[in-house]
Write a protein that binds this ligand. Structure first.
Ligand code: NAP
Length: 220
């Protein structure tokens, strides 16, 4: 299985390192192709760089580790390339105002997951994942001992669920489904009760995470 990581900043860069560390092949893309090239060279033979379109075409799984507005643009441009792919969305409904301040870009009752899922072709397999922790916790929280930390995900799609479970395990976390796309807001910030922010910065183990999922919202 080859994974395209579109965007290699805080989240995409951490994921690229985890994937390569787990011998999972990645194709990296960024706005600046030289940055993707440099990271691929640093990470070695399991990583290579491509244009956004080239990376999507080469992959079975596409992680859009970009800001929500960028993701909307890229999906609009490359929708046909996403047919039959597993599409992984770590985004929060956040952007920046004219002063560079981070702001919520969607109404409180709308998740970025619901927006992104609705933009994809019907044959794509959508899953919200890899955005439930802050980037430094994602980078440093893998293979925690004695109990692994959980990464939550949300999807309505069985193929996407089994793929993301495999990838989350490969990178050293325990996967736990919070529900369908309707539950995606629970693992986004601001406002999600199961995002690391909503959990006061804590990383949960599987027992803690199951209890937290059951405490409100829809069952897994
Ligand atoms: N940071 C966190 O702690 C965190 C936690 C959870 C979820 N998230 C979510 O994860 C997503 C990424 O956040 P981040 O902090 O990793 O962002 P970031 O560090 O700003 O990185 C953004 C990446 O997107 C790339 N990009 C921008 N425009 C592009 C385009 N048109 N085509 C291809 N690539 C493009 C950038 O490439 P260049 O460098 O070449 O411009 C960069 O590699 C966001 O949706 C965010 O809400 C972030």
């Amino acid at each position: 299985m080859t994974t395209a990581i579109i965007g290699i900043g805080n989240i995409g860069g951490a994921l690229a390192r985890h994937f390569v560390g787990a011998d999972e092949p990645v194709v990296l893309a960024a706005k600046d192709e030289a940055k993707a090239e440099a990271l691929a060279n640093e990470l070695g033979p399991h990583a290579r760089a491509e244009s956004v379109e080239g990376a999507i075409a080469a992959a079975d799984v596409v992680v859009f580790a970009v800001w929500l507005d960028t993701m909307k643009e890229l999906i609009a441009k490359d929708a046909r390339l996403l047919d039959d792919k597993v599409v992984v969305d770590p985004s929060n409904p956040l952007g920046f105002d004219e002063n560079g301040q981070m702001i919520r870009t969607l109404p409180d009752d709308q998740s970025s997951g619901s927006v992104v899922a609705a933009l994809l072709p019907g044959s794509a397999h959508y899953v919200k994942a890899f955005g439930t922790l802050q980037a430094d916790s994602l980078a440093n929280g893998a293979n925690r001992k004695p109990r692994q930390a959980v990464l939550f995900y949300a999807t309505d799609d069985d193929a996407a669920a089994s793929t993301i479970e495999q990838l989350i395990r490969a990178v050293g976390f325990d996967p736990l489904k919070v529900g369908g796309v309707a539950a995606a807001g629970r693992i986004e910030m601001p406002g999600g009760d199961l995002h690391q922010f909503g959990l006061n910065g804590e990383l949960l183990d599987l027992d803690q995470a199951r209890a937290a999922v059951a405490s409100t919202g829809e069952p897994a």
